[in-house]
Design a protein around this ligand. Structure first.
Ligand SMILES: *Cc1c(COP(=O)(O)O)cnc(C)c1O
Length: 406
């Protein structure tokens, strides 16, 4: 018998036990992976109808629709995020495109953060425009810009907080009020919070999205996405976008994310502690120009971050007082921290983003926007994903690489 999860358990307990249990057949104390792509059907017509009904999430037919192992992960992530249900998808972008593709029709209006994950910015700023969706990209750090952008025909407001790449913080509670006033659905990409440090649904968001590739899996070995929200809304998304568009997850990846997520609260504590120590070290270093970390008092939105987050997660920005090309030399000297994209892994990762590359990626930036983000980023910024190594080792690694900066 699988143990029954009590939704009232605290987060640490839910991370270990929800969606998990003893295998009924073998008595193995962990559930097995079911890699099968189809399930044997009953022969009774009424029973067949039940299996084919996508609302019956505990009956299985074909793995693109929903299947056993991904469903275990969905049970867990719904409980952790505090939503009615969850859909897991092949990747974070699979989750984001599933939500937007289901909710938007041509002629609809959407308001979105002008600075967010490249894939989302391109999806909204370029692809949805191709289908006649009217997209307003605004600075969602600025409540007045969001207020001015929403209209009676706004269907969706999409924000990312903390936002890629500049750890920008958007006020979820205020933006939820603004969205709901015009009847729009607020979708929050909460990936950078690592789930445990922020609860968008309790602040009024309607749908929360995670790239589970990042903190939730946490080990850099699988791609996955998650969509959490009300059952009725998720039913529409599952049918339209997962079943018909096909961004379904492999059961193996779902199992990896199950396994990785058991330690999520432990890891997030360490990511946050380490990031604050490293950010303070960088802030005190003479060769460092600027540091952005929501846990530092110097972050322009530190107070808002304190209000809506219970920790500040592991993403740090900084740049150096040096020539642009020297940044790549700096990265080559690091011994522990790896030069790679992605984030939220056990190991620390660093990526240097020249501001001109960033502008190439962001669709439709005008001169005023370019000036604003040049003021924040200078010629470029490091996006440093602090891992769960020893903080002093990370600081030593950065210090030896900084020593050689001319
Ligand atoms: C990585 C990331 C995504 C995309 O996730 P994938 O799993 O790579 O598809 C979306 N949003 C944010 C904030 C991310 O960091």
């Amino acid at each position: 018998m699988a143990k029954k999860t009590d939704p009232k358990w605290k987060l640490d307990t839910l991370c270990v036990h929800s969606g998990e249990g003893t295998d009924t057949d073998s008595k193995a104390i962990r559930r097995p992976i079911h890699m099968a792509n189809s399930y044997e059907l009953p022969t009774d017509v009424e029973e067949i109808m039940q299996v084919l009904d996508w609302n019956n999430l505990d009956k299985f037919n074909y793995t693109r629709e929903h299947s056993v192992t991904p469903r275990h992960l969905e049970e867990r992530l719904a409980l952790l995020e505090g939503g009615e249900d969850c859909i897991v998808a092949a990747s974070g972008m699979g989750a984001i495109s599933a939500v937007l593709w289901t909710l938007l029709n041509s002629g609809d209006h959407v308001v979105a953060s002008e600075v967010c994950y490249t894939g989302s910015q391109k999806l909204l700023g370029f692809h949805f425009k191709r289908f006649g969706v009217d997209v307003s990209l605004v600075d969602s750090m600025d409540i007045e810009e969001v207020k001015a952008a929403v209209r009676p025909d706004t269907k969706v407001v999409f924000i990312e907080t903390p936002g890629n790449p500049i750890v920008s913080i958007s006020d979820i509670e205020e933006i939820a009020k603004i969205s709901h006033k015009v009847g729009a659905i607020l979708v929050v990409d909460s990936t950078w919070s690592g789930l445990t440090t922020q609860k968008p649904l309790t602040l009024g968001a309607d749908i929360v999205i995670h790239s589970a590739t990042k903190y939730i899996n946490g080990h850099g070995d699988a791609l996955a996405g998650a969509i959490i929200g009300e059952k009725a809304l998720l039913k529409e998304i599952r049918e339209a976008a997962i079943v018909h568009l096909g961004a379904c997850i492999s059961p193996f990846n779902a199992w990896l994310v199950m396994r990785g997520s058991a330690t999520l609260p432990l890891r997030m504590k360490k990511h946050s502690e380490n990031a604050l120590k490293v950010a303070k070290f960088l802030e005190s270093h003479e060769k460092v120009n600027t540091v952005r970390y929501p846990g530092l008092r110097s972050h322009p939105q530190h107070d808002l971050a304190k209000k809506q987050m219970s920790g500040f997660s592991g993403m740090v920005n900084f740049n150096l007082k040096c020539e642009l090309m020297e940044n790549f030399e700096f990265v080559s000297r690091l011994k522990i921290i790896t030069h790679a994209v992605s984030l939220g892994h056990d190991q620390s990762l660093i990526f240097f983003l020249p501001t001109v590359f960033f502008f190439d990626d962001m669709v439709g930036f005008n001169d005023a926007q370019k000036e604003k983000y040049t003021n924040i980023m200078g010629e470029g910024i490091y996006r440093l994903s602090i891992g769960i190594e020893d903080a002093d080792d990370l600081i030593d690694d950065l210090a030896q690489a900084l020593n050689e900066v001319p």
